[in-house]
Design a protein around this ligand. Structure first.
Ligand code: C2E
Ligand code: MG
Ligand code: MG
Ligand code: MG
Length: 295
């Protein structure tokens, strides 16, 4: 950007970078109104447990239906919302929306009365002193028991201010809310570090699941040691990004409790999850049908 350069300053003009910045600025401006215009939607991805796999929970995953660009992925707009501060309102909306939805499923779907809800927290939300009240209000409004909520945080979020993070997570756990460490293994996990975290669950990152089943996969000993470490600390282990049966089999052999991935289902709009659970007759532990890609 050539603006504000002094008389002797060297001007580096890069049209491509300029376009990128402009596009991002425009997207951030659109995002400001996305919530009130009803362009945001929460999708739900099933989480399964056991062999054969049965539905035990869902992860809420935010979607933005941009009027011109179509579906914008969260990895593109969540950082913008974090930078602008819009993530506070958006994050609260996701919690409220998803808690209300899951409470409805608890009442209306046979066998789904213990369905768990996982919601991703942004580092910005984790730093918010009002977080406990916001989460408590969302649960109260929905009539959802705290034990059914899992908040997901990443290791990197915890590294930036471990003391604050620990206080916040301890407070949530005192209410009965569960804490999951998302994308586990991509940060600086060590046994001593993990032991100090107030967590109930680790979610093994999909990068370690991808090559399970390949010859001499370097991820096998890695996943095995994560599972052992988690066991020793009394944590549940969930795998993300399970796409193939061979991955599912190896994960089960390694003692992984829960799984999530395209093998079971893509993230789907609320209406499709309801249909699915109804079709399953979830009251008896029926194997989850393999779903085709959601539209
Ligand atoms: P995450 O929390 O690790 O969510 C899992 C991501 O993996 C999701 O991407 C999901 O669609 C994708 N996934 C699930 N199964 C598979 C699979 O079998 N294979 C592959 N390749 N991918 C799979 P998505 O929905 O694009 O979300 C990306 C990230 O955006 C999330 O990662 C999370 O960090 C963030 N995010 C999503 N919703 C929210 C939200 O409401 N609040 C915040 N703060 N972050 C969110
Ligand atoms: Mg997550
Ligand atoms: Mg993850
Ligand atoms: Mg992630």
């Amino acid at each position: 950007c050539a603006k504000g350069t002094g008389r002797n300053a060297v001007v580096h003009y890069s049209p491509r970078l300029d376009d990128e910045v402009r596009a991002r600025t425009a997207l951030a401006a659109d995002l400001r109104h996305a919530l009130e215009r009803g362009e945001l939607e929460v999708f739900y991805q099933p989480v399964v447990r056991g062999t054969p796999a049965v539905l035990c929970g869902v992860e809420a995953l935010l979607r933005w239906n941009h009027p011109e660009r179509g579906l914008v992925p969260p990895l593109e707009f969540v950082p913008l919302a974090e930078a602008s501060g819009d993530i506070d309102a958006i994050g609260r909306w996701v919690l409220t929306q998803a808690a209300a939805q899951v409470a409805v499923w608890h009442r209306e779907l046979p066998g789904a009365e213990d369905l768990e809800l996982a919601v991703n927290l942004s580092p910005v939300q984790l730093r918010d002193p009002g977080l406990l009240t916001i989460v408590g209000d969302a649960l109260h409004q929905a009539g959802l028991a705290p034990g059914h909520l899992i908040v997901e945080v990443t290791e990197s979020m915890l590294l930036s201010d471990l003391d604050l993070a620990r206080r916040q997570l301890d407070a949530l756990r005192t209410l009965g809310i569960q804490v999951a460490i998302d994308d586990f293994g991509t940060g600086y996990s060590s046994l001593s570090y993990l032991a100090r975290l107030p967590a109930d669950q680790v979610k093994i990152d999909k990068s370690f699941v991808r090559d399970l089943g390949e010859d001499r996969s370097p991820s096998v000993p890695l996943v095995r040691s994560i599972v052992e470490m988690a066991r020793a600390l009394g944590l549940d282990v969930q795998a993300e990004g399970v796409e193939e049966t061979v991955q599912e089999t190896i994960l089960a052999e390694l003692g992984c409790d829960r799984a999530q991935g395209y093998l079971y289902s893509r993230p789907v709009p609320a209406a499709q999850l309801a249909e699915l659970a109804a079709a399953l007759g979830a009251a008896s532990p029926t194997p989850l049908v393999r779903l085709d890609e959601a539209s």
